[in-house]
Design a protein around this ligand. Sequence first.
Ligand code: CA
Ligand code: CA
Length: 147
Amino acid sequence: MSDYVHSILSESQEQALIDAIIQAELHTSGEIRIHLEKTTGKSSAQKRAKQWFGKLNMHKTTEKNGVLFYLAIEDRKLALWAGEGINKKVPTNFWHEIIDLMLNEFKKGHFSEGLIAGVEKTGKALGEFFPRQDDDTDELSNEISKS
Ligand code: CA
Ligand code: CA
């Protein structure tokens, strides 16, 4: 694992995060991913989140209900990018509470706790709009991607 990732996440915390994604996806057909990047460079976190959403093929889920949590570690920036299927269904303030919850933890230096809390809340919230079906498949990897 790269050093910059290590600076906020131990290997056991990374595993706990993967487990949180697996658990969250038990509530919903939505697919959650986390991407960690060293820096956004000259771009904004929102733009990078959108780009990585595409690079990770997250727009290809059947119900267009992928959610990406993007974190630029050195810049301390968080952004979320959600598939069109989600944006059509959820109210505009849907993400505010989740982002607030996460930033509160981040401010205390609790990165894995913040990410886990965000993933859990997203799983439950998405379950209302996209309940998990009996024939659910894991459309997107639950591993944390890094660049
Ligand atoms: Ca799934
Ligand atoms: Ca998945």
